[in-house]
Write a new protein. Structure first.
Length: 379
């Protein structure tokens, strides 16, 4: 962000000069007090990508996949960290706006999207979200923004369906004493929906007891407490990445192959953790919905915003890749990762421009699966 901060300073100086000379132009209709950002001097549009962390494999997959499209379309991208404090995400959007960015791809929307859209409208900047659904969160303010012309839309996965499938498979494999693990509820709707769905599946199953809920910002500490205080646990459903949080406590307690465990947003060491039997389910594929969301954002930035028949912003639901064996995970990584983005520019090019169809884009996106990847890439 040092480069971004320097750019903000330059922009602020330029604005001051324009004001002193009586320049600055007129704000476009509907853009509030800000002027619509123009392409940079080299003709490129600029997009800021907001992540909760930019060092993990999840982020690397997303940025590399989006970059495939950005490079082809002449879009300059920069990343920023949202973290666990919503005010930081808001600050990121303000910084990108002040620096003259044309669009935001927000992987960390939370419940402050109405505020973020307000900032975007003020500056004539567009925003799209992916990964974390807001239309399914009653506290997100989705109804306030779905018709706003600066909200380009959202692309997301069915968290409840995925979590239920994993929890029910844990039960089928013999889970009786289970625990929930992850961030505290209320931080992100996607993680909340995972926990709510898994909790319901466990509570509705005969003979299954939830013995602990380790929901804390210190995810590794929460995992250690579960293992130390409940050695009888035979399954842990987590709403987050577990290689760096649950793996070690389980192995230290000698419970690695005795406790059924899942993992979202896989990182380095995930394959090895599946191979040694510590992790039994891996959920991946979020870079696919980020590429689709980038298409929505690019169309909006270039005057071809896609909308539903009633004029509201698109909400496209996709599916995760769920790997239940090391072999499946290896296949998923080979076809959907930073080294092999899930879509090519040529595949997505028909969905760009004035004649592109939202219905066709939605249908294409919703075919996404491991079988779809293998078919498209000839595996």
């Amino acid at each position: 962000m040092k480069k971004l901060i320097a750019l903000i300073t330059v922009v602020a100086m330029c604005v001051g000069i324009l004001a002193a000379c009586g320049g600055g132009g007129t704000a476009p209709a509907g853009s509030g007090s800000g002027a619509a950002p123009a392409p940079s001097a080299d003709g490129k549009l600029k997009v800021g990508i907001i992540l909760y962390d930019d060092s993990c494999q999840w982020a690397k997959d997303i940025v590399a996949s989006v970059k495939v499209l950005a490079d082809e379309l002449g879009v300059e991208i920069e990343t920023a960290i949202g973290g666990t404090d919503p005010s930081v995400t808001k600050e990121d959007v303000q910084n990108f706006a002040a620096a003259g960015y044309n669009g935001i791809l927000n992987l960390h929307p939370g419940t402050i999207m109405p505020e973020l859209v307000d900032i975007c409208e003020q500056y004539g900047m567009y925003i799209a979200t992916s990964n974390d659904p807001i239309s399914t969160n009653p506290n997100s303010g989705y109804d306030e923004i779905k018709d706003n012309p600066y909200f380009a839309g959202e692309v997301w996965e069915d968290e409840s369906k995925t979590a239920t499938e994993i929890a029910e498979d844990m039960i089928a494999k013999g889970a009786k004493k289970v625990a929930l693990h992850g961030f505290p509820e209320g931080l992100a709707s996607q993680m909340d929906q995972r926990l709510i769905a898994a909790r319901a599946a466990f509570e509705n199953a005969d003979g299954v007891e939830i013995v602990a809920e380790g929901l804390d910002f210190d995810k590794a500490g929460a995992a250690k407490n579960i293992v130390d205080q409940h050695p009888e646990v035979d399954a842990i459903f987590s709403s987050v990445e577990t290689v760096s949080t649950v793996y070690q406590p389980l192995n230290d307690a000698g419970l690695a192959e005795k406790v059924i465990l899942n993992c979202y947003d896989p990182s380095e060491g995930t394959l090895e953790a599946m191979q040694d039997g510590t992790i039994n389910y891996v959920v991946s594929g979020t870079c696919a919905d980020s590429m689709i969301a980038f298409i929505l954002l690019y169309n909006a930035m270039t005057g071809n915003r896609m909308t539903n028949d009633d004029g509201s912003s698109p909400s496209i639901q996709m599916s995760y890749l769920i790997s239940k064996s090391p072999e499946e995970y290896e296949e998923a990584r080979a076809l959907c990762s930073d080294e092999h983005p899930p879509f090519t520019y040529e595949e997505l090019k028909p969905f760009i421009g004035a004649d592109a169809s939202l219905a066709d884009l939605t249908a294409f996106a919703q075919k996404f699966s491991l079988e779809d990847l293998k078919t498209r890439f000839g595996q």
